[in-house]
Ligand binder design. Structure first.
Ligand code: ATP
Ligand SMILES: Nc1ccn([C@@H]2O[C@H](COP(=O)(O)O)[C@@H](O)[C@H]2O)c(=O)n1
Ligand code: MG
Length: 248
């Protein structure tokens, strides 16, 4: 049974009190984060969620910025949230930093909590979750907590050579943008990404986008996906707002 529960974000020791019931997109979060025993049923009044997959440097963040501009989604980058956590000297900061340096995956519980906290603090009802899920464990943890699957999954498919070139040219001072860490990130990606791609392909949710070309050329492949979804997204936002009004 659904019921509103204390927000997971409050489990993060340094987090502020939640924004529960203050935005149009408050969530019905499954009561138990860890329970495997219940079947998770999606709620109609759920935010519209897009997962954005792709290897390091495939252009996820770049395309998300274009989607935000054209379609008004809120961009939630798992990597950015983890880097912010490091910068804020939180309890998890040093573990996250060493994990990112090694190109490995941060435990799902940490990442999912950060994503949820970010979503809950937004007034928007439509989200791009960039760089997530990175593993089956990520995927299961998120779906259990949010109680629903993503509506759409984008996969930016890019050859390794092109990804390496882009990352090495990025120049944003990231600790993982060096050839040693890139090799490890690519190995982790190759090991963990395909089960996720297969899972969402089977569920008819995955859009595989050839990520070679200019930024604008790639966006012209992304645009029709969201144009076709426009009425579905509008209806979802309407249901979310009505749900909140009924709740208040
Ligand atoms: N189509 C493109 N052609 C050439 N360069 C691109 C293209 N798209 C993005 N870039 C550049 O490649 C670099 C990586 O892009 P971006 O940061 O969007 O990738 P990402 O998938 O988010 O990577 P990561 O997973 O490492 O965060 C950036 O410097 C960006 O400007
Ligand atoms: N779901 C995730 C996402 C990211 N990470 C870690 O952060 C690094 C950088 O992520 P980007 O999306 O910005 O490339 C990534 O290599 C992982 O170490 C994670 O653990 N889980
Ligand atoms: Mg990125």
């Amino acid at each position: 049974m659904w019921r509103r529960v204390a927000l997971l974000s409050s489990l993060i020791s340094h987090s502020k009190p939640s924004m529960h019931n203050q935005g149009p997109c408050t969530f019905k979060i499954w009561e138990s984060f860890t329970s495997q025993s219940e079947v998770v049923t999606p709620s109609k009044a759920a935010p519209f969620i897009t997962f954005v997959l792709g290897g390091p440097g495939s252009g996820k963040g770049t395309q998300c910025a274009k989607i935000v501009e054209a379609f008004g989604f809120t961009h939630v980058s798992a990597g950015d949230l983890l880097r912010r956590e490091i910068a804020s000297n939180s309890a998890y900061g040093s573990v996250i930093l060493s994990t990112i340096r090694e190109g490995k995956i941060v435990p799902s519980q940490v990442t999912v909590q950060l994503i949820l906290k970010e979503m809950e603090s937004s007034d928007n009802c439509k989200f791009l979750i960039d760089g997530f899920p990175r593993s089956e464990e990520n995927r299961k943890a998120f779906e259990q907590v949010i109680g629903a699957e993503p509506d759409v999954v984008l996969f930016f498919d890019c050859p390794e050579q092109e990804m390496v070139k882009r990352v090495l040219n990025r120049n944003q001072g990231r600790v993982d943008d060096n050839i040693e860490t890139i090799k490890k990130r690519l190995e982790v990606f190759d090991e963990l990404n395909w089960p996720i791609v297969n899972y969402y392909t089977q569920r008819g949710k995955l859009h595989r986008i050839n990520a070679v070309g200019t930024v604008d050329e790639i966006f012209e492949k992304v645009r029709p996906i969201f144009s076709a979804l426009r009425s579905e997204v509008v209806e979802r936002v309407r249901v979310m707002v009505v749900d909140r009004e009924l709740d208040s």
